[in-house]
Design a protein around this ligand. Structure first.
Ligand code: AHG
Ligand code: MN
Ligand code: MN
Length: 350
């Protein structure tokens, strides 16, 4: 679909609001939960527009750099991590469509409206080491059902496998601000028009090619990798003359949103495996607000997402800030990686 700025000005493009009304069948039936989901997603869009504006102002607004505090995971928070978190918490609390929030930047959940049908877990600003160098960052969100309607949620209510998500997505603050959204069946892309503040549908039904010649992994961890990952990457690097019989390219943005967006746009694999660097820690990325929503999107676009051994969307979370190994992207590559993991016996993985 080709879009030009006149389309937006003439009102011929689909707005996020009209897309949600249509996809969630709001005008046709009495669907209070769907109405509430649409309103919640519009609230997320509004919050991310504010975050986008803050990022655009950058140093002019005095909001770059590190704050003098750490989050529950011992990471130094950037001023913009805290600001983005506050914008999302305030907007979603005021909107009234969420029973509780879980954020990377908050130790515990934030209970909101017990009568609301949804729980939201989010990474307010992903890729925060890239903020100060003006490279793409993003917001990742996961929407789960609030099963015990009427009861104030606890952290346990967030412990649902990712396949139960009602919607997931991210906003990528890059050269343009994009919202990538899935309600489960398909993945669609919206572009923020900075003039009107409206998100417009600009690409539909993303599809991850089953094969690829591009991988993404932080190779500075190579000496810590387990054998299946070492084997896979060595074979990619061997290129045309190796057993893969083709050359591979490598990309690493360092913001998961940027790396996953590339995978959704043109295929590839993105790996953040468990390694021996921190044997007691299962990878780098967090299940509830990074791995799970991204896996939901990648699967909805025809790709696959595993830890090495297990489908990420089947994992039952045990902790709010639990980490998991992540391998996602083009299906045939992920199947190959799963095969390599299955072929190795456990001692090698410890
Ligand atoms: P966050 O900024 O939310 O803590 O997440 C950063 C994550 C993710 O965006 C990225 O893929 C990964 O950290 C990069 O890790 P390395 O610095 O180890 O490459
Ligand atoms: Mn992150
Ligand atoms: Mn973050």
């Amino acid at each position: 679909m080709t879009v030009n700025s006149n389309d937006a000005a003439q009102g011929t493009l689909t707005t996020l609001k009209s897309y949600l009304d249509e996809q969630l069948g709001i005008s046709s039936q009495n669907t209070p939960h769907n109405e509430s989901l649409a309103a919640l997603l519009n609230d997320i869009g509004r919050a991310c527009r504010q975050i986008s504006q803050a990022l655009n102002h950058g140093a002019l607004a005095g909001i770059l750099g590190s704050a003098a505090q750490q989050n529950v995971q011992g990471e130094t928070q950037k001023t913009l991590d805290i600001l983005s978190d506050k914008i999302l918490v305030d907007t979603l609390q005021q909107g009234g469509h969420v029973a509780a929030l879980a954020s990377e930047e908050q130790d515990d959940i934030i209970p909101c409206n017990p009568d609301a049908a949804f729980l939201v877990a989010f990474d307010p600003l992903d890729g925060s080491s890239n903020i100060d160098i003006n490279i793409s960052v993003g917001t990742i969100f996961s929407i789960l059902p609030h099963v015990k309607l009427g009861q104030m949620p606890t952290a346990q209510d967030f412990f649902q496998p990712g396949k139960q998500q009602r919607a997931a997505g991210y906003v990528l603050y890059g050269p343009s601000t994009l919202l990538i959204l899935s309600l489960g069946q398909r993945v669609d892309v919206f572009t923020l028009d900075p003039k009107s503040g409206e998100f417009y549908l600009t690409a539909e039904q993303l599809s991850v090619p089953v094969d690829t010649q591009e991988f993404a992994i932080n190779t500075s961890n190579q000496r810590h990798w387990h054998a299946p990952v070492t084997q896979y990457i060595e074979e990619c690097l061997a290129g045309k003359t190796g057993i893969r019989g083709k050359d591979f390219n490598m990309r690493w943005v360092g913001s998961m949103v940027g790396d996953v967006h590339r995978v959704l746009s043109r295929g590839g694999v993105f790996l953040y495996p468990h390694d021996r660097k921190n044997p007691g820690v299962a990878g780098r990325l967090r299940l509830l607000y990074e791995a799970s929503p991204m896996s939901f999107l990648v699967e909805a676009a025809g790709g696959a997402a595993i830890t090495g051994e297990q489908r990420i969307l089947d994992i039952m979370p045990l902790q709010l800030h639990q980490r998991v190994p992540v391998m996602l992207g083009s299906r045939h590559e992920i199947e190959r990686l799963q095969g390599y993991h299955a072929a190795y016996v456990k001692p090698d993985l410890d």
